[in-house]
Design a protein around this ligand. Structure first.
Ligand code: NAP
Length: 259
């Protein structure tokens, strides 16, 4: 299927690895020019070069922390006018509800709620003026089915979800859609880190921890960044203009929900 977005311009935040990279890869394959962000310059440049070589599009790397005002300013300055915004950042650490301080909450809210909101506030006016735009926020399956030890993530992402619910309906008339993609378990560095922690806590191997987790997913496996990215690219396509303000689970059926 031709996604109809060849030549569009995108910002992909936190995209040198994992799910962000999957989104960047799928957009590049659809012919989208990309400003690609992550903090670590080495992996970022390697990813940008790989995408350019594979897909023949321009990929401009901007090494910056997207959770800081300076980082966002650098990304926005490099991008200029954008048609597509993919918001992403690292997730907050796991822990126990009783241990988190006000500062822990503020850090999580800054990274996973206020940063994507600031990026939307910067990009939406131009998209609306030009009559076309797509925003995809990478959130988490925990928005629909909370994961107890990820309470910082549950809390911050709930705030972002509320913002998107209202705002998406205020900008849709201008041809701009905002949707959230909710990853379940995907094979990325983040998952290796979480499985390593489980393995250490339970005295089992990393492979055993991963297998145990995969067995609990109806699809029987972890998702891949490639299939997650393809879903993101579809939401950014010309075909998805009537999908507005949705929270789309990509989780292999793991959340046991009817709706
Ligand atoms: P990942 O494999 O660890 O990759 C994270 C990417 O984001 C890297 O490119 C990293 O590069 C970049 N990054 C992290 N913090 C950043 C920051 N402050 N500014 C700019 N770039 C930053 O993570 P992932 O698994 O793809 O997860 C992506 C998001 O989805 C996270 O918020 C995670 O909580 C959420 N999620 C993931 C899963 C899953 O199964 N993987 C499930 C539910 C939710 P640098 O470190 O160099 O900056």
């Amino acid at each position: 299927m031709d996604l109809g977005i060849r030549g569009k311009r995108a910002i992909v935040c936190a995209g040198s690895k994992g799910l962000g990279r999957g989104c960047a890869e799928a957009l590049a394959a659809a012919g989208v020019e990309i400003v690609l962000n992550a903090r670590g310059a080495e992996a970022l440049t390697a990813t940008a070069n790989a995408l350019e070589a594979r897909h023949g599009v321009t990929v401009v790397p901007v090494a910056a922390d997207i959770t800081t005002p300076e980082g966002r300013a650098a990304v926005l300055a490099a991008a200029g006018e954008v048609d597509i915004l993919v918001n992403n950042a690292g997730g907050p650490p796991p822990g126990l509800w009783s241990d988190w301080s006000r500062e822990d909450f503020l850090r999580a809210i800054d990274a996973n709620m206020l940063s994507p909101i600031a990026m939307m506030q910067a990009c939406l006016p131009g998209m609306m003026e030009r009559g076309w735009g797509r925003v995809v926020n990478i959130t988490s399956a925990a928005v629909r089915a909370p994961i107890a030890q990820l309470g910082l993530s549950n809390s911050a992402r709930a705030g972002l979800t509320g913002f998107v619910a209202g705002t998406s309906r205020q900008v849709a008339h201008a041809g701009v859609t905002i949707n959230n993609l909710l990853p379940g378990i995907h094979a990325t560095d983040r998952m290796i880190a979480l499985d390593s922690r489980t393995a250490a806590e339970q005295g089992i191997t990393l492979e055993a921890a991963a297998a145990r987790r995969a067995a609990a997913i109806p699809a029987g496996r972890f998702g891949t960044p490639a299939e997650f990215g393809a879903t993101c690219a579809f939401l950014c396509s010309v075909h998805a203009g009537f999908i507005v303000g949705q929270n789309i689970l990509v989780d292999g059926g793991a959340a046991n929900l009817t709706l």
